[in-house]
Design a protein around this ligand. Structure first.
Ligand code: HEC
Ligand code: HEC
Length: 158
């Protein structure tokens, strides 16, 4: 037993040794990218320091009347009603209390389209696909506000 362990130790020392040779003794393992001049990074917080107190966000006025047009095909429509206090988590999905297959008619809510029932293998399920469970991952309420970061996007039709 002892000689076996000794043999393994010698073998591993040999392997490590030959690897060290392969990389060369002067190989610098800590050779990261060189750090040049510090860049000033502006985020959605602006240049407000990370250690400064947060700025209170302005209260959003959600727009309830009327839907905003979609900006592009296949855009998830904006939520045309209040969505505060509607938890979507592991044990509860408030959106489904109105939008599920069972409830949408009675609640007079928009029906979720077929895409919400497809698996990634294009198999149609009877109930909502788990991929679409977290509604607010894609659907957000409508708020009339300046864009946080400007952009020059235009719809192809415009
Ligand atoms: C109390 C019922 C109710 C609940 C809860 C509810 N909705 Fe709705 N939803 C409606 C109704 C009714 C409409 C039809 C438009 C309208 O009049 O507001 C609608 C419309 C929508 C639309 C617009 C569909 C379209 O074709 O443009 C989206 C998107 C939507 N809801 C998403 C959600 C999400 C996401 C949640 C959860 C955060 C949610 N809804 C929770 C009742 C509800
Ligand atoms: C991964 C993104 C994603 C998630 C998650 C998602 N949706 Fe959608 N939803 C879309 C897109 C994209 C559309 C528009 C195109 C389409 O119908 O596929 C849409 C359309 C809708 C519509 C309008 C259907 C129509 O015919 O115009 C309703 C209502 C809706 N979703 C409700 C929900 C509800 C409720 C949930 C959560 C249970 C949810 N969605 C989760 C992306 C998503």
């Amino acid at each position: 037993m002892k000689t076996k362990i000794l043999a393994i130790t010698i073998a591993s020392v040999f392997v490590l040794g030959s690897q060290a040779q392969f990389f060369g003794a002067d190989h610098n393992w800590n050779n990261g990218p060189s750090v040049s001049a510090a860049v000033e990074v502006s985020s959605l917080r602006g240049l407000h320091g990370l250690d400064s107190l947060s700025i209170a966000p302005s209260r959003n006025k959600f727009i309830k009347d009327g839907d905003w047009d979609r900006s592009f095909d296949d855009q998830p429509p904006l939520i045309p009603h209040k969505s505060e206090g509607m938890p979507v988590n592991l044990s509860e999905n408030k959106c489904l209390s109105c939008h599920s297959q069972e409830n949408y008619k009675e609640e007079d809510a928009s029906k979720m389209s077929g895409t919400h029932f497809m698996t990634r293998d294009d198999e149609r399920l009877k109930n909502l696909s788990p991929r679409r469970y977290f509604c607010i991952q894609c659907h957000v309420p409508q708020v009339d506000r300046e864009a946080l970061i400007g952009n020059t996007y235009v719809n192809l039709d415009e």
